[in-house]
Ligand binder design. Structure first.
Ligand code: 2BA
Length: 108
């Protein structure tokens, strides 16, 4: 069994969730915050049989888009900028996905 941890943009979270559920996957969505932009995103926990891991990640990929975001350069430069209003373009997403081996799964 695998545990898929998928961090997705909040704007994609609804379609990721409904598409996975429609395909029979059990999904838990957690509200999370990106450490760099400090803005909200969504983290999905999806326990799947080994044989279904690729199908689940493909569904996530189909439902997540890359987005370009402009952030204050001070954030991108770790809080230091001589031009306070200067912005830097950051590409966020589609999805950041970790696939972990599960030692035990119990539904008690
Ligand atoms: P954030 O940490 O808010 O990062 C948002 C975007 O900012 C990232 O998009 C990336 O393009 C950029 N970024 C992040 N750290 C950076 C840095 N130190 N310097 C320059 N640019 C940086 P994504 O890579 O698509 O990541 C989207 C979200 O996925 C992240 O939000 C974070 O919540 C999560 N994430 C990404 N990689 C991760 C990892 N290795 N471990 C844990 N969470 C991760």
């Amino acid at each position: 069994m695998k545990l898929i941890l998928a961090i997705v943009n909040n704007d994609d979270a609804h379609s990721v969730s409904t598409s996975l559920s429609r395909e029979g996957f059990s999904v838990t969505k957690i509200s999370s915050t990106g450490g760099f932009l400090m803005s909200g995103n969504s983290t999905f926990l999806i326990g799947v049989d080994d044989a279904d891991a690729d199908r689940a990640t493909a569904i996530i990929a189909e439902n997540c888009q890359k987005r370009e975001q402009f952030v204050p350069s001070s954030i991108a430069k770790g809080g230091i900028s001589s031009m306070p209003r200067e912005t830097t373009k950051v590409t966020v997403g589609g999805a950041t996905v970790f696939v972990l081996n599960v030692e035990q799964f119990k539904h008690l």
